[in-house]
Design a protein around this ligand. Structure first.
Ligand SMILES: C[S@@+](CC[C@H](N)C(=O)[O-])C[C@H]1O[C@@H](n2cnc3c(N)ncnc32)[C@H](O)[C@@H]1O
Length: 255
């Protein structure tokens, strides 16, 4: 059974106040500026968004001319927020459908088979214990040759059981990321925004092997490595210069 921490009041409050993207923030979002480059022109496309959260990508896609977007998420809180943010816009109301489901056990009816031109997932796959199952499902709902664009927390970030930076002895205050347990895949229980967040650590190899095994090829691979300009602009906090936070990938369904 998947953890649904986004419906826990303490976590949801902290996430809403500190993390959740509002549509207005997209322009300044360093992660989105990288993810955006991996996406095709979405005009006229049927899209599925796995782990859609409060639906910013679904709304963005409709704004860009997408034909339809199905957003799926486990959290009722996030879906309620998505509904609320869509309520005054007729295009959102007619083109976006939200569905509550656990991506670890998701089943979709035959009408979804081969229906989608693009699958998308932002920062949800690292919560899943059963990634092979979801990837096989995505393979089945995409048209042959269609892309799946996603990002995950970077394996260097998810590896340690205690994520932290350490001072390096005998330096002038230099810090390093305490990378431990990289090879040991599986659950991590960490305190982030609230105690007891559960996620899954996979190595880079494990992600890629899963994608290849389930019928995808890799077309882009981008690590979140802040540029000097971004660091100087003050948009990047120090710890982001010690290790990559995200991994962005574009895959293509093999025929
Ligand atoms: C970090 S948020 C990202 C939300 C959104 N995609 C974004 O980029 O802002 C992770 C989302 O994944 C959802 N999630 C986590 N585990 C899930 C699962 N097993 N099934 C469906 N959704 C899940 C959470 O409810 C949450 O909305």
């Amino acid at each position: 059974m998947s953890q649904n921490i986004y419906d826990r009041p303490d976590f949801f409050k902290a996430y809403s106040e500190n993390i959740d993207r509002s549509d207005a923030d997209l322009e300044d979002d360093l992660a989105w500026s990288r993810l955006r480059k991996l996406l095709p022109d979405v005009k006229g496309l049927d899209i599925i968004d796995l782990g859609c959260g409060s639906g910013w990508f679904c709304r963005w896609a409709v704004d860009q001319g997408a034909k339809s977007v199905l957003g799926i998420d486990l959290s009722q809180n996030m879906l309620d927020k998505a509904d609320w943010l869509s309520k005054d816009n007729e295009s959102y109301g007619t083109k976006i459908k939200y569905q509550r489901a656990d991506l670890d056990s998701l089943e979709l009816s035959d009408e979804h088979t081969g229906r989608y031109d693009l699958a998308f997932s932002s920062l949800a796959l690292h919560y899943l214990a059963n990634l092979d199952k979801l990837m096989s499902l995505i393979h089945g709902v995409l048209k042959p040759g269609a892309p799946f664009v996603c990002n995950v927390e970077h394996p260097i970030y998810t590896a340690p059981h205690v994520p932290r930076a350490l001072l390096i002895p005998e330096t002038d205050g230099q810090k390093c990321w305490a990378l431990t347990d990289y090879y040991k895949e599986g659950e991590r229980v960490i305190d982030w925004l609230a105690p007891g967040l559960r996620k899954q650590h996979r190595t880079v190899t494990a992600y890629l092997e899963c994608f290849f095994r389930t019928g995808f090829e890799l077309t882009s691979f981008v690590e979140f490595l802040p540029t000097e300009e971004e660091v100087l602009s003050g948009k990047v906090v120090e710890i982001e210069t010690l290790r990559p936070l995200f991994l962005f990938m574009s895959l293509r369904r093999r025929n």
